[in-house]
Design a protein around this ligand. Structure first.
Ligand code: BJW
Length: 251
């Protein structure tokens, strides 16, 4: 066992309601680029302000949908890594012992579901699903590249599709915010995994959980604004630390 895991693993072993929030870092080991890492972040080549806003989509829907289609195809072919799989295993084990587990994810890649997690709340939507700009109806396009940018809506003639994700300046789905709030009311251990903790409102959840009495565990190779508030900050990759932590807690 990695020695510094011990106190956090003990807390996990005794927790009654574990809430986990994940960010792009947990999918990095599945080959999906993160947003803000200095050397390899997705936005090293693409400016988020240019592409991840409703204004950008209105201005240049072709470029924005090309970028999202390229990422959609990458997510569809990616496989969950040991970090995703460890969280699915933790959920199954807690459920089997009448304890609670809630997974809040900022990721749009659906890899948690592919790994077998069930109680997943998608805070920033999903890139696998697309939405009609006129009717808001959603569809799951086939796993081939789009041939028209922006893709036409199958629901309303002359309308187009956009990715069913949350852009800057847009509200998070109300159902997701409500579910997150309810989970944080009874959570006694809050784990923040692979997120830079800079994008709100998700970045504020750990502080909220802490004020409600939960311990905070962070897993990230780098320090974040959350690190000083965390009860335990484990420095390393989610794909290494999560399986070891869950193994130890469930032993
Ligand atoms: C590893 C690793 C490994 C690497 N293992 N770890 C309060 C204060 C200030 C501003 C605001 C505020 N409230 C709202 C705002 C405005 C805005 C905001 O937060 N701005 C900040 C940037 C300042 N928020 C919003 O607009 C939100 N809407 C909203 O609040 O509506 C109401 C409102 C609007 C306007 C004003 C006020 C209220 C919406 C946010 C939507 C975010 N959308 C995106 C794009 C989704 C679609 C897409 O995929 O393209 O979501 S932005 C992008 O950032 C994406 C991510 O989910 C999100 C978070 O990024 P994440 O996951 O943390 O990734 P990275 O790359 O930042 O970090 C990766 C981490 O992994 C790093 O720390 C690495 O070290 C680590 N790592 N390898 C473990 N192997």
């Amino acid at each position: 066992m990695i020695p510094h895991l011990h106190p956090a693993a003990t807390a996990l072993a005794h927790a009654q309601h574990v809430v986990v929030i994940t960010g792009a870092g947990i999918s990095a080991e599945s080959g999906i680029r993160t947003f803000r890492d200095t050397m390899e972040g997705l936005w090293k080549d693409f400016d988020p302000a240019t592409l991840a806003t409703p204004e950008a989509f209105e201005r240049d829907p072709a470029t924005v949908t090309r970028w999202y289609d390229w990422r959609r195809l990458g997510c569809l072919t990616a496989e969950p890594n040991p970090g995703h799989i460890a969280l699915a295993r933790l959920e199954r084990n807690l459920a089997a012992t009448d304890r609670h587990f809630t997974l809040l994810t900022q990721n749009v890649d659906r890899l948690h579901q592919k790994a077998g997690s069930h109680n997943v709340i998608e805070l920033h939507g999903s890139i696998i699903q697309w939405r009609c700009t006129a009717s808001s109806r959603t569809t799951t396009p086939p796993p081939e590249p789009f041939t028209t940018f922006p893709p036409p809506s199958p629901f309303v003639p002359s309308a187009i599709l956009r990715p069913d994700v949350v852009w800057f300046g847009e509200s998070l789905p109300e159902s997701a915010l409500d579910a997150a709030d309810i989970a944080m009311r009874s959570c006694d251990l809050f784990c923040s995994i692979g997120t830079s903790s800079v994008v709100y409102p998700a970045a504020g959840f750990a502080e909220l959980a802490r004020r409600r009495g939960a311990s905070i565990l962070e897993i990230n190779p780098n320090p974040t604004p959350l690190s000083p508030l965390a009860t335990w900050s484990l420095r390393g990759k989610a794909g290494d630390l999560l399986p070891a932590l869950v193994d130890h807690a469930l032993a």
